[in-house]
Design a protein. Sequence first.
Length: 140
Amino acid sequence: MKPKLSQSMQLPQSLQPLQPPNKPKRRLPWFLALNALFLGLAALVFALLNRQWGQGGLEAADAWLRAASPWFLGFRIILIVATLCLWPQGIDLLARRCQWPDERRAFMLGLRWRLALWLVAVELVLVQNGYAAWVRLLGG
């Protein structure tokens, strides 16, 4: 049995570990279902790419990827917009489930636009080859 700490020795609420309340698990968590969906989509893309590779080699796979790139861009933009739109609801759900204090909930809600900026920066710089365009611009 743990000894009870006096009021002055206890950790403040903001430093207490976050634990969800003890509730029985009756269903598959939503994030596992979402991960299964994304894993299925990745397997589908891999199967399509593998089929193209088998039919015509590297050139056919490259042509298929070039033709599908606008669809992938649209999918990434939809995911970024969905993340921004669903961020407050997701944070509220987590705050209720994990019994977060109001300060932590407000902090997490404030991270929404910082996350948006980083997602857009990664999309532009890494995915859309923005760093090469920047180097060409600086090089003249």
